[in-house]
Design a protein around this ligand. Structure first.
Ligand code: ADP
Ligand code: MG
Length: 256
């Protein structure tokens, strides 16, 4: 492999609980993600998708295994450095991360910039710019709580991109939305991937959404059992290549 992966994990395991209640949510994951990719992590509920995403996003630590970011072993980073890195390089579209509902839309979007120490005028300017991208600049002064589900999700996206991140992590980004709104969120995410080159990692149980990604990582019971790469992406969203058996290769972890 000539290009160095943005994120590289090896032998990743995650167990929750102790003794009787111990549960192995991830049981040895090997995965490389390259800059500019759109990757779906797909599997049934309880298969370990969110756990994997939390580890990739450096929000939680693995029980075993390594996570490298830009070739650097992240286990060696101190908490402060981790937080800084996450704030600077990552954007999050997580349902559970939503937001300070009593604060304004603008303040919610500003937050990562505030944490990063960006000055008052500049952070306002950039937050408004991000809100324009998701077409919610007219709601900047509204209380976040007063928005619809789809609008809230768009605020999440604005907040996720306001720091100009390298990677956007989205956990079931369209899960609670009607299909028209879901489509809009998808367009936004894939637009950021294609136009800005932002790496997009999406957790989903929705095959249609996964089909729109360049690569699909299928997981079950905490293991990758299949990986599909779309080789002939033609941008029309109908995924001609994805259904072609030749584009499906089964990962043999022993082989490496
Ligand atoms: P998915 O996102 O694919 O639905 P998760 O990664 O959230 O799955 O969870 C995988 C498994 O780990 C599930 O069986 C879940 O119950 C368990 N799990 C997740 N988080 C915790 C936790 N904090 N403590 C104990 N078990 C957990
Ligand atoms: Mg989940």
């Amino acid at each position: 492999m000539s290009k160095r992966p943005l994120l590289s994990v090896r032998g990743l395991r995650k167990a929750y609980g102790k003794r009787d209640t111990r549960f192995e949510a991830l049981r040895g994951i090997d995965l490389d993600i390259f800059e500019g990719e759109s990757v779906a992590i797909i599997g049934k509920s309880g298969s370990g998708k969110s756990t994997l995403m939390h580890l990739l996003a450096l929000l939680d630590k693995p029980t075993e295994g390594s996570i490298k970011l830009n070739g650097k072993d992240t286990s060696k980073l101190r908490q402060g450095k981790l937080n800084e890195l996450r704030n600077k390089e990552f954007g999050f579209v997580f349902q559970s991360f939503f937001m300070n509902s009593n604060d304004t839309v603008l303040n919610n979007v500003i937050l990562p910039l505030k944490i990063a120490g960006v000055g008052f005028r500049e952070r306002r300017r950039r937050a408004m710019e991000a809100l324009k991208i998701v077409e919610l600049d007219d709601k900047a002064k509204n209380k976040a709580n007063d928005l619809s589900g789809g609008q809230k999700q768009r605020v999440c996206i604005a907040r996720a991109i306001v720091n100009n991140p390298k990677v956007i992590f989205a956990d079931e980004p369209t899960g609670n939305l009607d299909s028209a709104t879901g489509e809009r969120i998808q367009k936004l995410l894939f637009g950021l991937n294609e136009k800005k080159g932002i790496t997009v990692i999406i957790v989903t149980h929705d095959q249609d959404l996964a089909d729109k990604c360049g690569r699909q990582i299928h997981i079950a019971d905490g293991e990758i059992y299949e990986e599909r790469t779309r080789t002939d992406f033609d941008g029309d969203g109908d995924n001609d290549g994805m259904r072609d058996e030749n584009n499906i290769h089964h990962i043999d972890i022993e082989e490496e």
